[in-house]
Design a protein around this ligand. Structure first.
Ligand code: ATP
Ligand code: MG
Length: 471
């Protein structure tokens, strides 16, 4: 069967023609072919393998294209990257690899197409389609990748123990692809991953995090985290999550298993947002529950201040995993810190002032916070489920109502420090802060509306009470 339909983009014909001139067999291989056969939409990155010099081929192709940016050559890797419109085409010469124990950098020699396919991680990623004129569209599938695609199986071309210990990143890739594509990892592979899990330590944190991001961004991330847990990889990456596992019972009182709960929350939030950092917040929202767990004879299980402890742990985790310690991390911290606020609020009668305080503290992230809290509802009790959802609906309505009236979301002090100084003829001092705070409190409590005039008058009253004189 010809797969020339995969090659409708004219770039493939051009590459094939140029390769023919250079007398090089050449193929499109890997993710592009896999995603074409799975009908996952057009991939933007294309991998080309040539039996010969990939760099030479890339340069010759670039010379042939009228409107192409330059070729970027990575000499150390023997690869070249060509950008063409929105496509990124990577060229590499077919290679044979052998590995040493302490590194995922192999010794590389030139090889045949089959040598090259063998070194690929999975049979579904080793499929190649020929681009040369005589064989254009021919599929080369020495490891039955097509069967595995149909059966939705992740399998390695070589013995799995070799594949994974050669490059332990593949353990994470296997789990990531299983999650993204909703495939099953074949048993032998799963066993090999489990027994080689410790080899993960030679992988850089950046690569690990890249794969975790992809797992988190798939439609059912719990699938990936369960696999990470079952293979023993999770305890090397996020032991804090594993500490949430288990149910304890004291005096007949049990708490929920916060590990499985967390995975449910992540799946829930995956249905409502693609924001990677909000998904991270869902993953880490209960992380402080392990170190704060106590049993109290009167109230039962408590996790006092787990949100605060959790937000501190976010920093440590991000730092350890070499993730950015920037505003993304601060956002995750803030979500974790505030993760119980809407629930506590909605358990009570929802007052305007409580909503104003929530909006004030969450600021521009109020929507995200509500999304997180809604995902946090995992009770199996339909009555409770309904009540919580309804309460959140009320909170959301109140947020809109209060926001329209009081504009708290991007709160700016209606009277500035300079103005207070001028009115009471003050040098910088403590009183200025006190007055500003009193104005903010009065607005949040609903004693005065959030406008200049009301705030100005309130300032005069407060100043008088403090014994200040009007300048
Ligand atoms: P995606 O781009 O959606 O993540 P992909 O399969 O294209 O999926 P890439 O990381 O772009 O993944 O790699 C391209 C191809 O290179 C893969 O399809 C696979 O054949 C091969 N490959 C990538 N990483 C490895 C690895 N660690 N070990 C073996 N082969 C690999
Ligand atoms: Mg790719």
């Amino acid at each position: 069967m010809s797969h020339s339909k995969a090659l409708q983009n004219s770039i493939f014909t051009t590459i094939g023609e140029v390769a023919d001139e250079l007398q090089m067999p050449c193929y499109v291989i890997g993710g592009y072919v896999r995603d074409y056969l799975l009908q996952r939409g057009n991939a933007k990155d294309i991998d080309i393998v040539a039996v010969g010099s990939g760099i030479k081929l890339a340069k010759a192709v670039a010379a042939q294209l009228i409107d192409s940016s330059e070729v970027k050559v990575f000499k150390n890797f023997g690869t070249a990257m060509l950008k063409h419109h929105s496509l990124e085409v990577e060229f590499v010469g077919a290679r044979k690899e052998s590995y040493q124990r302490d590194s995922r950098k192999p010794i590389v020699e030139n090889g045949s197409l089959e040598d090259d396919q063998k070194r690929r991680d999975f049979t579904i990623n080793a499929l190649a389609i020929s681009l040369n004129k005589n064989t254009f569209g021919e599929l080369i599938d020495p490891f039955n990748g097509i069967t595995d695609l149909k059966d939705k199986t992740i399998r390695t071309p070589l013995e799995p123990g070799i594949t994974y210990s050669d490059d332990p990143l593949r353990m994470l890739r296997a789990i990531r692809f299983a999650t993204q594509l909703d495939f099953t990892i074949e048993t032998a592979s799963l066993q090999a991953i489990t027994s080689h899990a410790n080899r993960l330590k030679i992988i850089s944190n950046e690569r690990v995090v890249d794969e975790i991001h992809k797992i988190l961004l798939s439609s059912q991330p719990s699938k990936g985290f369960k696999l990470l847990y079952n293979t023993g990889l999770l305890k090397l990456i996020l032991p804090e999550l594993i500490a949430l596992k288990g149910i304890e019972e004291v005096e007949g009182q049990r708490h929920k298993d916060n590990f499985w709960h967390t995975l449910e929350v992540v799946d829930n939030i995956a249905k409502t947002t693609n924001n990677l950092w909000l998904r991270w917040a869902a993953l880490l929202h209960d992380i402080g529950k392990a170190p704060t767990k106590r049993f109290d004879k009167k109230i039962g299980w408590t996790f006092h201040a787990h949100e605060f402890v959790g937000s501190k742990m976010v920093y440590k985790i991000f730092k350890r995993l070499k993730m950015p310690l920037n505003e993304k991390m601060k956002f995750v911290q803030k979500m974790v810190l505030m993760s119980s606020r809407p629930i506590i609020l909605s358990e009570d009668h929802v007052t305007d002032s409580a909503v104003r305080r929530l909006v004030f503290d969450a600021g521009e992230h109020i929507e995200d916070l509500m999304t997180l809290c809604e995902a946090d509802i995992t009770t199996k009790n339909p009555k409770k489920q309904k009540r919580y959802k309804n309460n959140f609906k009320i909170v959301r309505e109140k947020i809109i109502e209060v926001e329209e009236r009081d504009r708290i979301r991007n709160f700016q002090p209606p009277v500035s420090g300079e103005e207070i100084m001028k009115v009471f003829n003050l040098k910088p001092c403590r009183e200025i802060g006190l007055i500003k705070d009193a104005i903010k409190e009065a607005i949040l409590e609903g004693e005065i509306p959030n406008n200049y005039e009301a705030a100005y008058n309130y300032m005069l009253t407060k100043g008088k009470q403090m014994g200040l004189t009007h300048a």
